[in-house]
Write a protein that binds this ligand. Structure first.
Ligand code: NAP
Length: 244
């Protein structure tokens, strides 16, 4: 097990830092004193994230699906990280869309790429470069153990992430810990029906929709806890206890 002191500030890279969950994690962890670098495509959204906090963030704009831009992102992360200190990578990348029967195959492949392939390739890329005490945290989904019908590529990708968390945790132990959060129902779309909050809350045992900072709290717990690896932690008010 790593001898890293759980109070030591860490260097943290958040891939997908500008979505509701990535930004909640970024703000929470930066406020806790960690050095945070943020990766996303939109420079404007990265700057908007920086405007919400005083600690200086490392802002790295680029498209991970573009091989040349990915090389540039790796170089910027390499400049941000001190190689002698442990680093934590959060993979908050994702895209939540349906991939209907008989639908567009390219769109289904793209869903697999952003939800599974890229987080996996990034972890495989960085694992041999991390100092002992490094960590990966993947973002799965509370429905990963009992997905409902539809959202085929998304569900397959998230199940893949849960498997990856467990296999990688074993490959990289004891030097590097690998865990995942599995968020439940959180932010509703602005286009949601007026009664959506009430209807979704009724399906959640704790009777309310989650807040993005609940995920940030869980991520910090996983990062801080020295004896956890291979865990896929539902953060969902009990939503995953139901069969959907
Ligand atoms: N929010 C929820 O209710 C919920 C529930 C269950 C699971 N999750 C999972 O939790 C994670 C975070 O969720 P979220 O709602 O915050 O996600 P989101 O709103 O979809 O944000 C995704 C993030 O990834 C970045 N990104 C997307 N494509 C990229 C690319 N090609 N290269 C670089 N960056 C890219 C986006 O920024 P740019 O667009 O600027 O690139 C954004 O920062 C996802 O894995 C999601 O599946 C979320």
């Amino acid at each position: 097990m790593s001898s890293w002191n759980s109070e030591t500030p860490l260097q943290i890279v958040v891939m997908g830092a500008t979505g509701p969950l990535g930004s909640a994690c970024t703000l929470y962890l930066a406020a806790a004193g960690h050095a945070v670098a943020c990766v996303a495509r939109s420079e404007k959204r990265l700057e908007a994230l920086q405007a919400q906090c005083t600690p200086r963030l490392g802002l790295i704009a680029g498209d991970l699906t573009d091989p040349a831009e990915r090389v540039g992102i790796h170089a910027s992360i390499g400049t941000f990280l001190r190689p002698d200190l442990p680093a934590v990578f959060l993979f908050a990348l994702g895209d939540h869309r349906d991939s209907p029967l008989g639908g567009d195959e390219a769109a289904a492949r793209a869903l697999l790429e952003i939800n599974l392939t890229l987080p996996m390739l990034e972890a495989l890329h960085w694992a041999p470069r991390l100092a002992s005490g490094g960590q990966f945290v993947f973002f799965a989904d509370a429905t990963v153990t009992a997905p409902g019908p539809g959202f085929h590529a998304y569900s397959a990708a998230k199940a893949g992430l849960a498997a990856l968390t467990k296999t990688l945790a074993q490959s990289l132990a004891p030097a590097i810990r690998v865990n995942a959060v599995a968020p439940g129902i959180l932010n509703l779309k602005p286009t949601a029906r007026p009664d959506a909050r009430e209807r979704w809350s009724a399906r959640i045992p704790l009777n309310e929709i989650g807040e993005p900072h609940f995920i940030a709290m869980a991520v910090e717990f996983l990062i801080r806890h020295p004896y956890l690896t291979g865990v896929v932690l539902p953060v969902d008010g009990g939503y995953s206890l139901h069969h959907h």
